[in-house]
Design a protein around this ligand. Structure first.
Ligand SMILES: [Zn+2]
Length: 398
């Protein structure tokens, strides 16, 4: 069993005003080792893995409310990069091109949301926040951001305005469910619309998807460090801009120098263009049985809408409550309340689709576990029942 140390901290890839990629916080804090399936037990190479995506467009200015076309251009660019179908692949020197892989991993905008209702896979949220830091706040409605969809079934991407110097950051496998996903600047996302060179070929997302699937930077975030992948050469540090091949390395005898055209370096979009076979094997290993991304293979996010539950029979306000995970697989769900609780907490009721109250209780915390083991599989509504509240949300028990 191959053991890989997964960094639970968010690894941030920032771009300064001079348009140079760099990471703010990389591998400073390590969690307990997270086992992933061995490469030999990974997914068969030829089987295409398709992952549903939800893009949360969180905007303050109209210019940040990017078009559907810009979102779609990004998904297309990502899929081209992952499939070795990027039109600039022929610029990669042959010594490295022969190591390049079609990952057979692709991403598609969701067709149904966690409640089984039809969706474009794009959620738009107008916010009072002018810009966001790398602190995950954009992922919560309580901060006037947009709440995550069930991360076991979707890749969540938040597109927003970020503080100066920050382009994007991603979670690693094994992170908190509500914070699992990628945050990216609106003008470094896609290949058309509100985009700014030199990050105008959609490769900021390709790089972050690499992190989301467990890849490290080539230099392992240490001088002459290692990314744990056999076929990427050792590298002394990040490259930036548009280097010229061969860019000889300070820390190895490799005559071909740095693989600065790898998506996990910090070069400009125009200088990137490949993942290696080793990186592909590592990413795909996460989808094998027991792997940390395996649940995505069972997602219903790309199925046609399957829930025609009439929203009219419910109150209108869904903004103040959220349930994770949804659907609920385990005996407990986590209820997130985004309104002030008061010192006495609040009462809640769980109601079945035929209107029966099947469980009541009292919560004291804004984030609290509720045992739903006794509920039969099906759809439920959970609502706060104190006078003056009308907060509710729906969830599915599997
Ligand atoms: Zn990075």
């Amino acid at each position: 069993m191959r053991i890989f140390i997964i960094n639970m901290l968010f690894l941030c890839c920032a771009v300064t005003l001079q348009a140079q990629r760099m990471c703010a916080s990389a591998t400073s804090r390590l969690s307990a080792p997270v086992p992933v399936a061995s490469q030999s037990n990974g997914m068969p190479d030829e089987k295409t893995i398709t992952i549903p995506v939800v893009v949360h467009v969180v905007y303050n200015l109209a210019s940040e409310n990017i078009s559907d076309a810009q979102v779609i251009s990004q998904i297309n660019a990502l899929n081209a990069d992952l499939s070795k179908l990027n039109s600039d692949f022929n610029k990669i020197p042959s010594v490295f091109a022969k190591l390049a892989a079609n990952t057979n991993i692709r991403f598609e905008l969701a067709k149904s949301n966690p409640m089984g209702q039809a969706t474009t896979g794009i959620v738009r949220k107008k916010t009072v926040q002018l810009m966001w830091k790398d602190d995950n706040k954009v992922k919560y409605t309580a901060n006037d951001g947009s709440g995550a969809w069930d991360a076991e079934s979707y890749l969540n991407i938040w597109v927003c305005n970020t503080v100066s110097g920050l382009t994007a950051y991603s979670s690693f496998p094994g992170s908190e469910m509500a914070e699992d996903g990628i945050v990216i600047r609106y003008d470094a996302f896609g290949t058309t619309g509100q985009i700014v060179a030199p990050f105008n070929k959609g490769r900021t997302l390709t790089h972050e998807v690499g992190h989301w699937l467990g890849l490290k930077h080539l230099w392992g975030d240490q001088p002459c460090g290692d990314d744990g992948i056999e076929d990427t050469p050792q590298q002394s540090a990040a490259n930036s801009g548009d280097p010229v091949f061969p860019k000889l390395s300070d820390c190895s005898s490799n005559n071909d120098g740095d693989m600065f055209m790898n998506f996990m370096d910090f070069t400009n979009d125009a200088s990137m263009g490949m993942f290696t076979v080793g990186q592909k094997k590592f990413m795909r290993s996460l989808f094998s049985e027991g792997g940390s991304r395996n649940s995505l293979l069972k997602s219903k996010g790309l199925n046609a809408a399957w829930n025609n539950f009439e929203p009219e029979v419910m109150p209108v306000n869904t903004r103040n409550l959220a349930v994770y995970p949804n659907p609920v697989h385990a005996s407990n769900l986590t209820l997130l309340v985004n309104t002030p609780m008061g010192t006495n907490g609040q009462n809640f009721a769980i109601i079945s689709t035929n209107g029966q109250i099947v469980k009541t209780g009292h919560i004291l915390e804004m984030q609290q576990q509720i045992n739903v083991q006794s509920l039969a599989p099906g759809m439920y509504q959970i609502r706060l029942t104190d006078v003056g509240t009308s907060s509710y949300t729906n969830f599915i028990k599997n």
